[in-house]
Design a protein around this ligand. Structure first.
Ligand code: ADP
Ligand code: MG
Ligand code: MG
Length: 884
């Protein structure tokens, strides 16, 4: 097998496409070399060698050695230098470079090949002894750190002491003799620390450095980074061995990094920094402040240090041309590293540059207009989830984070405020104009007013579909749920964070609903901006996608927000959510707690006008777009009064003795409310509920049609159907009301009746259910719950453990389980359409806003996805990408 790929002298054995084998750095060095760009010659030891190394007690493959030596011989030819030679010595860099970019996580050694003899030769050749000793001390320091495991700070200390002794402020002030003295001190210290001297044999240096760079794949930093970015351990890193070029060879030498466009704004202007008379690590080490490479950048930063453009105009011109060439070649913004040795430019690295969402949009749109990429490619370049950054304020990535704890990122965006522990405190604060974060163990419908009044919500219990999460997403309020590492003591009004940090009411915290972090204090934020580029890209996305994107909207407010984000209809309007607020909750409770039909009808009569006016408003806002209204599906327990005070309140309102009411609540108690008397079961027990709701819906449809002049495209959704007979029964009730309202108003009422598919039985019997149902809406929250038999409200207590132990890859309530739940969806879609060719299919669970799940929906040939308003742009983009 071949372990080594060479590059240099205008050709290369590898290509950009070989990233898996050569790692990113090696593949793109090869690509640049074969483009004829000035790249110091070198070789890449492939990633498989790293895997081999770890599978064989950290030994390198036998047949690697001759291949590397041949590669070095080729480098000697191309440079006219000799590795370890006593004249014209070839020096090498030994650089890590994995398949995925892991900036700064692994190690690199520069100036390898120097020893007490070659340092003399290097100085002699360059006519600059100072440069040679400076390089040697750099090498010793890096090698001792990477290979010998000595902390680089020990060396910094020696150097600082020497500088103080000599009265120098800057490294650049040290003379050759002074550097030589420092080298002596370094070597002496190594001997004292390790009992062995600094290795003088360049070949020993080389093999140890290669092994050390492979070993750095398993350093703590790299392991953590891989975990965070889901990079498999088996990938391993490649090692690049490359001829050194020197940016520290006097004032016509320099080293720098650049982006071919501005990575934070996306502006088409070269953006970068460089240092004169320096080597690579100086730029990142922050010992000296780098200078801007362009005049424009220098002016913008207000610096008086000359730019590279000014200082070395010829080299700069060449560099700019190379950047343009690389952009045109890769058709994307590049992040490059370069070195200038005595006026001669060398390219050391290129890769696609990381950028903010704003920059990503601008670059993508500009590149379409420049003719570099197609609209479809532009659409594919934007990570859908990253659009969150544009829709909500986000934490400035540059600020330091003091993390108090973490939970699930339930609703995106960041919010800062004082801690309050009750909804009332939140409402009071809002009246006084103070911003607050509502901190609860979990939330319930009674907390809604407080949730509205808060800037953000934090709970210590519950999952992505808990009450707090669903409501916050609907309202577009940042929310973190299930922060299990934090504790809420409601009685004493204390929030305890990790490490026992205690916070009280009024203390300021920041929650990051996009990462799930809870931070101490206020941190600086970046405000959302829906720029013209966003609009352009979304138009292209809309032109590409097949599936429609609807929204889950429970209130007129939601509907309005969703339309502004481009929703093409409502895929789910959960009517019970209309009753969480104010006097409505009282009527709702009366309805639930009523003892008989008369009592229920009385309570329903109070609810009817609320429903009718909400529906009318929603229909008008949606103006002829489809609206799916789900019949009542209340988790009864969420509506029941709990505390004694609440029971007393409700009893007074219902004019019954509290003890009587308490008994009624007991009677309604369910052992497993999520599998209990809910959904269509309620409508079958108490048809008057469906009847009144249908009336409210139809009367509203008539009113809205009058108002807007457009007929309402109405779909009525029956929840939790398992048997076709259930649907038939409920549809019978709705049909009767439709006839009545038609007669009363003289207006024809068109509507479609459909069902949620949220029970495995419904999915399996889809062909039968489709005889009645005209559309299916996959309620994937419940379908996941019922397929797995995992209660979605309790999942948070063990799903993270499952993920940590590798039992499941991701939370199935966040990203659809393709294998199980997905197969049920496919079965239902296929069987349903067998019965009814034009059966409309959509998804309305939280998954409707998850890009991976949306891709699945595209393959399952669904007609639309529906998600919370703030995820609509994400879904539009994800649906477009899925269709490409
Ligand atoms: P990282 O992946 O951490 O960026 P690199 O392998 O890119 O590490 O090396 C860091 C820096 O070292 C480079 O940006 C460059 O300045 C310097 N460097 C690497 N190889 C060479 C070389 N052959 N000649 C001169 N400088 C080099
Ligand atoms: Mg680099
Ligand atoms: Mg459901």
């Amino acid at each position: 097998s071949k372990w080594v790929y060479r590059f240099g002298g205008g050709e290369a054995e590898g290509r950009a496409a070989d990233v898996e084998r050569l790692g990113g750095k090696g593949a793109h060095l090869a690509e640049m070399a074969s483009l004829g760009l000035p790249v110091p010659p070198g070789l890449t030891i492939i990633c498989d060698a790293c895997t081999h190394y770890f599978h064989n007690q950290k030994t390198l493959p036998e047949d690697l050695k001759p291949e590397v030596l041949q590669g070095i011989a080729a480098m000697e030819q191309l440079t006219g230098r000799v590795f370890g030679g006593r004249s014209r010595p070839l020096l090498l860099s030994v650089r890590s470079g994995a398949r995925a970019s892991m900036p700064g996580m692994m190690d690199t050694v520069l100036n390898l090949g120097l020893n007490d003899e070659t340092v003399q030769a290097l100085g002699h050749d360059a006519g600059d002894a100072r440069f040679a000793w400076d390089s040697y001390r750099r090498f010793i320091q890096m090698y001792a750190d990477v290979v010998m495991g000595l902390d680089h700070e020990i060396f910094e200390e020696i150097l600082e002491d020497e500088k103080a002794r000599l009265g120098h402020d800057y490294d650049t002030e040290l003379s050759a003799v002074e550097w030589q003295h420092v080298v002596g001190l370094y070597k002496q210290m190594i001997k004292e620390e390790l009992g062995e001297g600094f290795p003088q044999d360049p070949h020993v240096q080389l093999w140890k450095a290669i092994a050390a760079v492979f070993s750095s794949w398993m350093n703590h930093r790299a392991i953590t980074f891989r975990m965070l970015h889901r990079i498999p351990e088996e990938w391993g890193t490649a090692v690049n061995v490359q001829a050194m070029v020197f940016g520290n060879l006097g004032s016509s030498s320099a080293t720098g990094v650049a982006f071919t466009r501005n990575p934070s704004t996306g502006d088409k202007s070269l953006y970068g920094e460089f240092l004169v008379n320096a080597q690579g690590e100086d730029v990142v080490a922050g010992i000296r402040t780098p200078q801007s490479i362009t005049e424009e950048g220098r002016l913008a930063s207000g610096s008086d240090k000359p730019s590279m453009e000014k200082l070395m105009p010829e080299t700069f011109k060449e560099f700019r041309q190379i950047c343009e060439r690389l952009e045109a070649h890769y058709r994307d913004m590049q992040d490059v590293e370069f070195t200038v040795q005595q006026g001669k430019l060398w390219m050391l690295q290129t890769r696609c540059g990381k950028r903010t969402t704003r920059a990503a949009l601008k670059v993508a749109v500009d590149m379409v207009e420049e003719g570099l990429i197609s609209q479809e490619e532009a659409v594919c370049r934007i990570e859908p989830a990253s659009l969150d950054q544009l829709l909500h304020p986000t934490i400035d990535p540059r600020v330091e984070r003091h993390v108090l704890g973490a939970g699930l990122p339930a609703s995106p965006g960041a919010a800062t405020g004082e801690i309050v522990f009750t909804p009332e405190q939140a409402v009071d604060a809002e009246e006084e104009g103070r911003k607050v974060i509502l901190v609860r163990i979990e939330t319930s419908p009674e907390d809604i007013h407080g949730m509205h009044a808060a800037q953000g919500i934090l709970t210590t219990r519950g999952g992505m579909t808990s009450h707090a999460a669903v409501v916050a997403r609907g309202m577009g309020i940042p929310c973190v749920v299930g922060a299990g590492s934090m504790r809420v003591d409601l009685r004493n009004e204390v929030l305890t964070g990790v490490g026992g940090v205690t916070l009280r009411r009024g203390d300021v915290i920041t929650i990051d609903g996009s990462s799930g972090q809870v931070l101490k204090g206020a941190v600086s934020m970046i405000q959302p901006a829906l720029s013209g580029d966003f609009g352009k890209l979304m138009v292209w996305a809309d032109g590409t996608r097949r599936m429609a994107v609807r929204t889950n909207a429970d209130t007129p407010q939601d509907a309005r927000a969703a339309r502004s984000f481009g929703a093409e209809g409502i895929g789910l309007c959960r009517t019970e959510h209309m009753f969480f607020e104010g006097e409505r909750i009282h009527a709702m409770r009366e309805m639930i707690l009523a003892e008989d039909e008369t009592g229920r009808r009385a309570a329903l009569a109070k609810l009817l006008p609320f429903q009718r006016s909400d529906f009318t408003e929603i229909f008008s806002i949606m103006h002829g777009l489809p609206v799916t209204i789900r019949l009542l599906d209340p988790p009864l327990h969420e509506f029941l009064p709990k505390t004694e005070a609440e029971i007393a309140d409700v009893a007074r309102a219902m004019d019954m003795p509290p003890a009587f009411l308490a008994r009624r609540i007991d009677a309604l108690h369910e052992f497993n409310p999520m599998l209990g008397h809910r959904g269509c079961r309620l409508a079958i027990s108490y048809p008057e509920i469906a009847e009144i709701q249908a009336r409210a819906i139809f009367e509203a449809a008539v009113a809205a049609a009058k108002e807007t002049g457009e007929p309402v495209e109405l779909e009525i959704l029956v929840p939790l159907v398992g048997l076709r007979a259930e649907l038939d029964y409920v549809k019978g009730v709705i049909d009767r009301v439709a006839d009545q309202v038609t007669q009363e108003t003289g207006r024809n009422i068109a509507y479609q009746a459909g069902t949620m598919i949220e029970l495995p039985r419904a999915a399996l019997r889809a062909h039968v259910i489709a005889e009645t149902a005209e559309f299916f809406s996959f309620g994937t929250n419940d379908l996941t719950q019922t397929t797995f038999g995992i209660s979605r409200d309790d999942a948070a207590s063990f799903i993270p453990t499952y993920q940590r132990k590798g039992i499941i890859e991701h939370d199935p309530f966040v990203s659809l389980d393709f294998d199980g739940v997905g197969e049920l969806i496919q079965i239902a879609a296929e069987r349903g359409r067998r019965t009814r060719k034009d059966l409309k299919l959509g998804i309305c669970g939280e998954h409707g806003g998850d890009p991976a799940s949306i891709r699945f929906c595209e393959h399952a040939d669904l007609d639309y996805v529906s998600c919370s308003p703030f995820r609509v742009p994400i879904a539009r983009l994800a649906a477009a990408q899925a269709a490409i």
